[in-house]
Ligand binder design. Sequence first.
Ligand code: PMP
Length: 419
Amino acid sequence: MATVKVSRDTRATYDVERVRADFPILRRRVYGKPLVYLDNAATSQKPDAVIDAMDHVYRETNANIHRGVYLMSEETTALYEDARAKIASLINAPDPAACIMVRNATEAMNIVAYSWARRNLKSGDLIVGTILEHHSNLVPWQQFAKQIGARYEVVDIDDDYRLRRDQFEALLAKKPKFVALTHVSNGIGTINPVAELTAQAKAAGATVLIDGAQAVPHMSVDVQAIGCDFYAFSGHKMIGPTGSGALWGRRELLESMPPFLYGGDMIRRVTLKDTEYNELPWKFEAGTSDYVAAIGLGAAVDYLRRIGLDAIHQHERELTVYALERFDELKGVRTFGTRELSSRAGIVSFEVEGIHPHDLATLIDREGVCVRAGHHCNQPLMDRLDVPATTRASIYLYNTPAEIDALIAAVRKAQQVFA
Ligand code: PMP
C-alpha cells in the first residue's frame, strides 16, 4: 500500500497543548507514566467546561424540567432546551424540535426500529445494511427482520476496506424499504460517502438512517446536506457526558411515528380511556430525561465549535498519517483500513504477528497507553477480515505525535517480550 503524505501546515495554528490543558484527566499518570489515552472510539475524555456545566446544575439550579412553575425548574428547563438547540445546530438540523434527546446512539437507533420500522415495514421487505455496522445498527435490524419476516442484507467492503458501491447499487435495484448505514466505521475508520449513498438510496425509494456515532465528534456534519431521514449519535464520544445523545429525524416521519416509551412527559392529556401524546420532541422523551447530561452535551458542543470541527478533523488526519507512517516502520504489524485519506478517520486497527490482541493491549497498558482489543462490537466485520479481534488506537482532538510515539514504543516493547 502507498504511504500517505499530507501537509502539516495547520499544526502551527492548532494548539494541542492548550486543548490538553482543558482536560483534567490528561494530567494523571498510570503505572507512574503519563497517561496516553487512545481509546476515543470507545469513549472520550471531558473538558472542564463540560464538567463545570454539569456541576453548575447540581450546585445551583437542579430541579426536574418542564413540570415546575418555580424559578429553578424554569432555569434548568431553559438550560436543557438551550442544549437541544445547540445540538441541533451542530448537525444543521432545520428544527430543534425534531432532535430527540436520548441516552446514546444505541437508543436512538432502537427508536427507529421500534417506532418507525414496526409501523412501516412488513414481511418480505428488504432492509439494507453494511458489513461495517456497529452491532447497535445491525442487531436491531437483523432481529426485527426475523420477527416480521423481512430480509436483512449487507453491503461488503472491497480490498481497500471501502463499501462496494456495485453491491450497494445491486441491492438498491431490489428496492429496499430501509437502509441503515454508518457514517464512519468504528472498527477500521472508513468514512462512507453518506450524502452520495443516501441520494442513491432515496432515489430507490428507501428511508435512510445514518449512524453518526463516530462522525459527529470528529468532523462537520450537516444532516440537510446528507439528505438522510434519521441521524443518530452519542454524547460521550464527543467530549460530552455518558447518558447523552440525540436522534434527529425528519419532522413528518417523527410526527407519524408512535412513541417509543410510554409514561410521564410524553403525554398531553391522559384519561382512563385513552392518551393524547405530547408534541415533538417530548413525545419521544418519556420519563425524567438525563437533563444534566444533555446540558453537559450542550457545553461539549460549544467547546467543539470553539476549536472548530474542521480544525479537529485536520488535526486527527495529520496524526493518523503520522501513526500509519510509524506503524509502517514496524515489522510483523498489519494495519487495517484504507490509505485513501479522504475516506479515513483517526481509527487505526492493527494486529501484531504472534501476539493476541488482548495480550498486546495489556502490555501496552503497562506503558501508560490505553488502547482497545477485541471485536469492537463489529463481529461480522472481524469475520470478514478473518481475524478474531484487533487492537485499536483511536485518535481525538487532544492527542499528540509524542503519544503516537509512545504507542509505537509500547508495541515494540511488546514484540521484544514475545520474541
Ligand atoms: N455506532 C458506532 C459506529 C459506534 O462506534 C458506537 C460505539 N462504539 C455505537 C454506535 C454505539 O454507541 P453507544 O454505545 O454510545 O450507544
